[in-house]
Write a protein that binds this ligand. Structure first.
Ligand SMILES: C[S@@+](CC[C@H](N)C(=O)[O-])C[C@H]1O[C@@H](n2cnc3c(N)ncnc32)[C@H](O)[C@@H]1O
Ligand SMILES: [Zn+2]
Length: 558
């Protein structure tokens, strides 16, 4: 039994990301208010929380906001960079001053790349006078031609226009002069090849072999000028935050951006992807937006300005508040039984290939990721379901070692696939945990997520299950008859098929019954749970749900 409480049982309306999480994209960020509630429920002020898969930093930030001490670990350097910047104190005034100095150094050069004539006042861009100028906010390309652009001018005009001769000639000139500009300006941009991968192969097939090819020449130049000038900033803390803003800009700066209606959308897919009509955004304008978002993000978490970061556990026991480690969590530099709660969100099979996707940012940050221990299903990396499960198992064993005996392991899990869920459950149970009675709870998703391309594309089980485990090193329940399990699965599916109107509803009801049973059977020696889960998946896929409008299906899913 846990020291404090029964498992968390509240259903919470997930909120959109708050400003601190809007500073920089990370994949699959979980709703901050749900994590805040979990932290309040399972821990007390001063307790030490571990998140061994800290990703975009939700447990770390929410824990610190609630005066807990937090250890966030992730194998992906992008995750730990983002998390660190979320909690590292920033002197906003100094940041603004350095930003102004940076603007003086680069603005003219970058604006020059996007100069354009405003069709309303016919301002011909003069870049020696920053008060009188007009420039392109974005350019839309199709088959090598500019088909539309958006202009802005110093008279506050802005709108869309067809490209005029100047716009076409300018783009052509930058393309032709690229090498010369790079040499003259001594620009460094990523030269790495895009590694073959499950999520990179489609773009490589289209002829994109290097990361730089994902950018227009104009944007490559603008990004490299910014990077060069940021590296000259002497104040290390401010330099890191400016680099963070540049990194945040990358979501929009490549050809992976596009227009959805009138809205500029940056790269949001969980695969590399260039639309037939892609967008070239103005790097400086986007960079400034990222800087503003960092300022509001930091102002929204002012109480973290006392936050002291460390890389040593001894300091956590003293006055440090957070430890952020770029490390695989199968080997944690933490003493036995030192942590009051593990609160985490593990990777979901092959749903999101964090490492492959993060490479896009890491090549700009001069960082690399060793993916060998990344817990993921990825054919290119030679990792199948068993490998994924083994990697999870090794992390959860470490969690078991560092957790105090009466402390919980709480995990959200976002997958629709019962085989993946069963692997996750199996790995936790085999690591020496037991799913608590009432330790499984479904949380509906953030409304906006239900309609994301990704959710629709993979038919993701858009809500999260929250699992509460406690330590249990007993042998577990064995000797279950496989045939009996199949019969039970058929009966459960049949029962829910009568009333379930959507696949999501069906899965939710079925999972609420079957997952706790999987957790009980997980220690069975011959590992037949995967087979049973595969059988259940195949039976579920046979179910048909027809005639529901998507909106209707969505309201039921919630
Ligand atoms: C689902 S994400 C976490 C998202 C996070 N909850 C958030 O809200 O942003 C899972 C994370 O696990 C990390 N990961 C995978 N294998 C790992 C390992 N062996 N050690 C540490 N982190 C790992 C991935 O890099 C990824 O960031
Ligand atoms: Zn104008």
């Amino acid at each position: 039994m846990l020291k404090y409480k029964n498992p968390f049982s509240k259903i919470i309306e997930s909120k959109q990301h708050s400003p601190v999480y809007k500073m920089h994209r990370y994949f699959a960020r979980r709703p901050h208010n749900v994590f805040s509630e979990l932290i309040k429920h399972y821990t007390e002020e001063g307790d030490i929380i571990l998140d061994p898969f800290c990703g975009g930093g939700v447990t770390v930030v929410e824990g610190l906001l609630l005066n807990r001490k937090v250890i966030g670990v992730d194998i992906n350097p992008l995750a730990t960079f983002v998390t660190e910047m979320e909690v590292l104190p920033l002197n906003v005034e100094e940041f603004k001053t350095e930003l102004n100095l940076l603007e003086q150094r680069v603005r003219e050069k970058i604006d020059y790349l996007y100069r354009s004539i405003c069709p309303e006042c016919l301002i011909v861009p003069s870049f020696h006078n920053l008060d009188s100028k007009s420039f392109l906010d974005w350019v839309e390309w199709e088959n090598g031609d500019i088909i539309r652009c958006k202009y802005k001018c110093s008279q506050n005009h802005s709108g869309e226009k067809y490209p005029d001769d100047n716009d076409i000639i300018l783009a052509q000139k930058i393309e032709n002069d690229f090498k010369e500009i790079v040499t003259k300006e001594q620009l460094l941009y990523p030269k790495q090849q895009i590694p073959d991968g499950d999520k990179t192969r489609s773009i490589i097939r289209k002829g994109y072999n290097y990361f730089w090819q994902l950018f227009t020449k104009r944007n490559l130049i603008a990004l490299s000028i910014l990077k060069r000038e940021i590296s000259k900033v002497e104040n290390l803390e401010i330099r890191k935050f400016l680099l963070f803003a540049l990194s945040g800009t990358l979501k929009w700066a490549s050809k992976q951006s596009h227009l959805r209606g009138n809205v500029v959308e940056g790269w949001a897919m969980h695969a590399y992807w260039i639309y037939q009509r892609y967008l070239e955004i103005n790097v400086w304008e986007t960079f400034i937006k990222r800087c503003k978002s960092i300022i509001s993000g930091k102002e929204s978490v002012r109480s973290l300005s006392h936050c002291k970061l460390t890389t040593s556990f001894d300091n956590i026991l003293k006055d440090a508040s957070a430890m952020i480690l770029n490390h695989s969590s199968d080997d944690l530099p933490l003493p036995d039984k030192s942590v009051d709660a593990v609160i985490t969100d593990p990777p979901y099979g092959g749903n999101v290939n964090y490492g492959e996707l993060a490479d896009y940012w890491l090549v700009w940050l001069n960082d690399v990721m060793d993916k060998s221990k990344e817990a993921v299903i990825n054919a290119t990396q030679g990792k199948n379901l068993e490998d994924y499960e083994d990697l999870l198992l090794s992390v959860f064993k470490e969690c078991n070692r560092v957790l105090k005996d009466d402390s919980p392991l709480v995990a959200t899990f976002n997958s629709k696939d019962l085989v993946i869920i069963s692997s996750f459950v199996k790995s936790v149970v085999k690591a020496g945990f037991r799913l608590m009675d009432n330790g499984l709870l479904y949380q509906p998703p953030i409304k906006a997520y239900v309609t994301t391309v990704h959710a629709k594309e993979v038919g993701a089980f858009t809500g999260d299950f929250i699992f509460t485990f406690c330590k249990d090193n007993s042998a577990g329940e064995l000797n279950i008859d496989v045939e009996d399990c199949r019969i039970l699965i058929d009966e459960l599916i049949e029962k829910h098929a009568i009333t379930a109107k959507t696949e999501v509803q069906m899965r939710k009801w079925f999972y609420e019954e079957i997952i706790p049973l999987f957790a009980k059977w997980a220690k069975s020696p011959d590992g037949w749970i995967t087979d049973i889960a595969k059988y259940a998946e195949s039976q579920l896929k046979k179910q048909k749900f027809e005639g529901l409008h998507f909106k209707q299906a969505r309201s039921i899913a919630r």
